[in-house]
Design a protein around this ligand. Structure first.
Ligand SMILES: *Cc1c(COP(=O)(O)O)cnc(C)c1O
Length: 469
């Protein structure tokens, strides 16, 4: 055995010999020497590892030709951008792993037009002097929500952090045990609280918290009453939270600000469209929250950002916090956010133009038509590899919004024939562009809700290619 392994190791060609081949010379005309060398080393290392763990007669291609082909493939793969467009066929509209919200066309046009060049980002054109980047967004946020003041940072996690740090560092924040949420693995209310330097005072139980629980622990040290939207889960059964108006009234009575982390931050009433609603930002403010924070890229449908609205004195204090410099919003984001918010001036247009809202509000019959179009485009190819079935199913909003809501959708399922569902799922995932699906009951499920009109052609081509394998 040992001997055979030795023999295999010796067969591996030397780096110098590989470098001298004409195929590699061609590569060196296009790519840097460092890249080509890295690819060679990776391929050779991979071969050595395979030999090391080799324990049964297995075919090893150690001839220089096959190694050269592998090197070429590796260099080509290395040169391709890492971030690429994918087709979201999961039906999850606000899919955090796939970049959450798509941006509206009007927003993209604006980015193209002025995002790349100089702008009045921090320049007051009337006074001819230094200005603030936040003025571009504050006006429209106040107009849409009737908030007294507004501020934006990098994301909602940053918004919560800077609010807590400004208002409660070294002091106490009261929060219900039923609202100590974790969002997407890295945002946990107790951890953010600790990082901000605020001391968390938990009240109530997992399922029930009463107003008297909050009132019972209020003291000199209390800086803030915090309410957190339990975005991605829902406690059912014997459960009770203190409604915001009551918490706000308690805060007023004791002169303590009340903050709500809304998470998703919906600006319009979704009830008319999908029969169920998230609490809106406007509501939270009118019900007496002194501060609200939410994400720009969840239900709002804009770029990644964190929005802070509320009482002017509190927002002014937050603006002065040095932390905002580290958490500050980038000019491209600011631009995309302003444009997205401008679309909300006309609600009918907002649900048509903002992709996140459009996908959520898509009526069933248009989903069904879209599914039929895809089947028609793919239809004519006969294959034993799989068969196609259309059926009704459910999609999710995602992004920690409306966790219980099942949006009725239309699914295209690939039923395994010669190809297994695992093979088809991973083949589609590595297609160019990648198509992200899921497997349910041994079928590959394409949820048509999140597939854009312009992607149907590509998707049907992918299905034809899969049929011809
Ligand atoms: C999503 C969410 C956050 C984190 O927001 P990011 O924009 O992802 O940083 C914080 N709090 C709640 C309640 C959320 O739903």
């Amino acid at each position: 055995m040992m001997n055979e392994k030795e023999k295999l190791y010796r067969k591996i060609p030397a780096v110098d010999r590989i470098l001298m081949s004409p195929r590699i010379e061609k590569l060196l005309n296009v790519f840097t020497r460092a890249m080509v060398l890295k690819a060679i080393h990776e391929i050779l290392d991979g071969l050595r590892k395979r030999i090391q763990s080799w324990n049964k007669p297995d075919e090893f291609r150690l001839d220089i030709e096959s190694i050269l082909i592998q090197v070429e493939e590796r260099v080509n793969a290395m040169s391709r951008p890492s971030l690429k467009a994918v087709i979201n066929a999961t039906g999850i509209v606000i899919h955090t792993n796939l970049g959450r919200s798509n941006l509206a066309d009007k927003v993209l046009q604006k980015l193209k037009k002025i995002g790349g060049g100089y702008s009045n980002l921090e320049y007051d054109l009337e006074q001819g002097e230094r200005g603030s980047r936040y003025v571009h967004i504050e006006g429209i946020l106040k107009e849409l929500t009737s908030a007294e003041a507004a501020m934006v940072v990098n994301n909602n996690a940053a918004a919560v952090l800077v609010c807590l740090e400004t208002l409660a560092r070294g002091r106490e924040v009261i929060v219900s045990r039923g609202q100590l949420v974790e969002i997407g693995g890295s945002f946990r209310v107790p951890d953010v609280m600790r990082r901000s330097g605020a001391r968390m005072v938990e009240v109530g139980t997992t399922n029930k918290t009463h107003l008297t629980d909050y009132e019972g622990v209020i003291c000199q040290e209390t800086a803030l009453l915090l309410k957190v939207h339990t975005s991605n889960f829902h406690i059912v059964g014997f459960a009770e939270e203190v409604p915001l108006p009551e918490l706000a009234e308690l805060g007023k009575r004791y002169g303590i600000p009340v903050m709500e982390d809304l998470g998703s931050g919906c600006l319009l009433d979704l009830k008319d469209y999908i029969g169920i609603r998230e609490p809106t930002v406007q509501e939270a403010l009118s019900q007496g929250a002194d501060l609200v924070t939410f994400s720009g890229d969840k239900l709002l449908g804009g770029p990644q950002s964190g929005i802070i609205l509320g009482r002017k004195d509190l927002v002014d204090a937050i603006k002065k916090n040095q932390l905002t410099r580290a958490l500050r919003i980038d000019k491209l984001t600011l631009l995309a956010l302003e444009e997205t918010l401008r679309l909300y001036r006309d609600e009918d247009n907002a649900v048509k133009d903002i992709p996140t809202l459009k996908m959520i509000c898509q009526p069933y019959r248009s989903l069904k038509q879209k599914a039929e179009r895809l089947i028609r485009m793919t239809g004519s190819c006969r294959t034993l590899n799989y068969s196609v079935e259309a059926m009704d199913g459910n999609s999710k909003v995602g992004g920690g919004a409306l966790p219980l809501l099942e949006l009725q959708s239309r699914l295209i399922c690939l039923v395994p024939g010669k190809l297994s569902s695992q093979f088809m799922e991973s083949w589609l995932r590595t297609y160019d562009p990648p198509v992200i699906t899921r497997i349910e009951k041994d079928k590959v499920v394409i949820d048509i809700r999140t597939v854009l009109e312009g992607e149907l052609k590509i998707l049907s081509n992918a299905l034809r290619d899969l049929a011809l394998l």
